[in-house]
Design a protein around this ligand. Structure first.
Ligand code: SAM
Length: 204
């Protein structure tokens, strides 16, 4: 099965199991809170929002949030968890928004599901939909890896991941028009170490 179908069908199948394990605890949520506090009020995209925990939920306290995801079932959870967020179906490689539509953007644990040769395209899309000077919080890989797990979260459902290591991620973000401000390694509650990267869209 191609990667996109594996990911979309996989999240449609396990959305309930994923929601049961995704919490508002942990360092990742702290970083979302810090990002939300720094971000002026405005319109924010949660790209690959899943069920909206933690990013949409935290951001919606003070911002107008649009949550976008490939999986209809994940968007169903977003509707329940964060009624204030506007759910939109879409793909990270071809965002269904106009240029400069957002003041900020968060994307947690989503780019890592796109084949890594397309990560530059995803970052270019993030840059396009942000206004100049807009800020983003993006989760990327901490070590290069690509592969599948046939039984993710003990659900019997296959999942696919693909990512580069820190240097390549930084290069791709800069090539897409971002200034890399800071990054932090976070051990995620669902397993694995990932980099939370804060970037600013150049041009202001
Ligand atoms: C690991 S979950 C993360 C969800 C949420 N951001 C969180 O922090 O828990 C990855 C999400 O990214 C979505 N996703 C993966 N590839 C995508 C793509 N190409 N376009 C849009 N969403 C995608 C999946 O459907 C899934 O909901």
């Amino acid at each position: 099965m191609d990667e996109k179908r594996t990911v979309r069908d996989g999240y449609d199948a396990i959305a309930d199991d994923y929601a049961a394990q995704r919490t508002l605890d942990g360092r990742g949520t702290d970083l979302v809170r810090a990002f939300a506090a720094d971000l002026p009020e405005g319109r924010v995209l949660d790209a690959g929002c899943g069920g909206g925990v933690p990013a949409s939920a935290v951001l919606a306290e003070r911002h107008d949030v649009v949550g976008m995801d490939l999986s209809a079932e994940q968007l169903g959870h977003l509707r329940e968890n964060v009624p204030a967020a506007a759910p939109v179906a879409g793909d990270l490689t071809d965002l269904p928004f106009s240029a400069g539509a957002f003041d900020g953007l968060a994307s947690l644990f989503a780019v890592i599901h796109v084949p890594r040769e397309r990560h530059g395209d995803v970052f270019a899309e993030f840059n396009r939909v942000l206004r100049p000077g807009g800020e983003a919080l993006v989760v990327v890989g901490s070590d290069a890896w690509e592969g599948r797990n046939p039984d993710w979260l003990d659900t019997g459902t296959e999942m696919f991941w693909s990512f580069y290591g820190p240097e390549r991620n930084r290069d791709l973000l800069r090539d897409a028009g971002f200034t890399v401000e800071r990054e932090e390694l976070v051990n995620d509650e669902l397993g694995g170490d990932f980099l939370f990267v804060r970037v600013t869209a150049e041009g202001e």
